[in-house]
Design a protein around this ligand. Structure first.
Ligand code: PLP
Length: 448
């Protein structure tokens, strides 16, 4: 049997890791996660960790879920592959498209399947070009997104994303413009005098300013996550989305809501677009649709966009070999069925309340400047000085807390900048949320 040191040696010799400091990995030996059960993952050395990040925001129902595994196995027997190109379909793709559309806001009725969130965002970039051509306005090609957003790692996704360290490693696509994120805590650290709601309006108005700067007849779409996830769980002030919605309507700019993280229940609604009452033209999804067990992504398209697209051409020159892969669709159908058995309501009620009761008091910790949460996500802002919100020097503390102290406390969290973030699985109960926050407190204590 292969052993831990051997896996680490092979990994160091042959594996190029995504988003990892390779030197650090090779120096310390990468952590090997060998198995998982329920909400827990196990390292090959036997260490058990409560997975506060649901994998990468995707295993929302934890790691066990026998019905999803059985659906995958049964589909492998029945039809392991067929494509959805060239006038073909298969039962699972049709059933899944209908199941997603039935749960989405009423005006989004068509689903285009991809393998990932990145491909889904790339697909939207293609579709919006077709849309504006069809509307006789081919000059509308500019896209607006936000600083610090994450929309994926393909050229399109990474160009849409607003992460400077990613842009430094390639030449982003042209005509994608970034505006400020609705990050009130960061603005307070930079001494804004605006209160939270006034700041939300200010941040939304950045969209209008950018539209006016580029010329309203040049702007195709605005891409945004409902709550910025990888950027640090940036929960916008309540005033933000209504104003953004107004601006998109006023200037006829398409609204693309990237729900790769928040789709399928994380806010306590099927889609965050329902939670925030958004009139999205596209909803981008991936991750939780299959509970992370097998790759699948896609895009929900609104009726008005579909109508224009199909009036222009009936043949979309776009697709992937695995668009609507039957095994992935079977996994997704099982996932949706399980989610519908009370999990989403549980997030909306019991778990959101537990987060407010147990996560928010972490703000009392001496190195926490703010604790925030919405639905089943949370963030902690680390500060050197609570009263002035002064930051820790250099890269801050969150990286070390999440990499070292939190693991010592038996909890997986993630760091982004000096923010610690959490997105636990929906299968936890109130007591387990309490346990999770106690572990987070322990990790913070170790970091002082
Ligand atoms: N969009 C958002 C909001 C994401 O968080 C992610 C991944 O984390 C993506 C898109 C990219 O999805 P994928 O990694 O499946 O390509």
């Amino acid at each position: 049997m292969t052993s831990l040191p051997q896996w680490q040696r092979q990994d160091a010799a042959h594996h190029l890791h995504p988003f990892s400091n390779q030197t650090e990995l090779n120096r310390n030996g990468t952590r090997v996660i060998s198995h998982a059960q329920g909400a827990y993952i196990f390292e090959a050395n036997g260490h058990r960790l409560l997975d506060g990040m649901s994998g990468l925001w995707c295993c929302n129902l934890g790691y066990s879920q026998p019905r999803i595994k059985q659906a995958i196995a049964a589909q492998l027997d029945e039809l392991p592959y067929y494509n959805t190109f060239f006038q073909c379909t298969h039962p699972r793709a049709t059933e899944l498209a209908a199941a997603i559309a039935h749960r989405a806001p009423a005006h989004l009725n068509k689903v285009f399947f991809t393998n990932s969130g990145s491909e889904a965002n790339d697909s939207v970039l293609r579709l919006i070009h077709r849309y504006w051509d069809a509307k006789g306005k081919p000059q509308r090609k500019a896209v607006i997104a936000r600083h610090n957003a994450y929309h994926g790692s393909t050229i399109g996704g990474a160009s849409l994303g607003g992460m400077g360290f990613m842009h430094e490693q390639f030449d982003p696509l042209g005509n994608i413009h970034h505006i400020a994120q609705p990050y009130w805590f960061g603005a307070r650290q930079d001494k804004t005098e605006l209160d939270e709601q006034a700041f939300g309006i200010w941040a939304a108005n950045q969209l209008e300013e950018k539209i006016l700067e580029l010329g309203p007849d040049k702007v195709a779409a605005f891409f945004a996550e409902p709550i910025q996830g990888a950027g640090g769980v940036i929960i916008p002030p309540d005033s933000y989305w209504p104003r953004v919605q107004q601006i998109c309507q006023q200037y006829q700019v398409l609204l693309v809501v990237d729900e790769v993280i928040f789709g399928f229940g994380r806010t306590g609604e099927w889609f965050a677009s329902q939670f925030y009452d958004l009139q999205a033209d596209f909803i981008v999804f991936a991750k939780g649709i299959t509970n992370g067990f097998i790759p699948l992504g896609g895009v929900l398209v609104s009726d008005r966009v579909t109508e224009a697209l199909l009036s222009h051409t009936n043949d979309l020159a776009h697709g992937f070999t695995y668009s609507g892969h039957p095994v992935a669709c079977a996994a997704a159908l099982a996932t949706l069925e399980i989610l519908a058995e009370g999990h989403i309501d549980k997030v909306k009620n019991e778990l959101s309340q537990a987060m407010r009761d147990f996560w928010l008091p972490l703000a009392d910790h001496p190195i926490v400047g703010q604790a925030r949460c919405k639905g089943l996500v949370g963030a902690l802002e680390l500060v050197r000085d609570k009263s002035s919100l002064q930051r820790f020097a250099g890269n801050g503390r969150a990286g070390t807390v999440c990499r070292d102290m939190s693991l010592q406390a038996g909890l997986v969290m993630r760091a982004t900048g000096d923010t610690m973030i959490i997105a636990p699985p929906f299968i936890l109960d109130r007591n387990e949320i309490k346990d999770l926050t106690e572990r987070a407190w322990q990790a913070l204590d170790l970091a002082q």
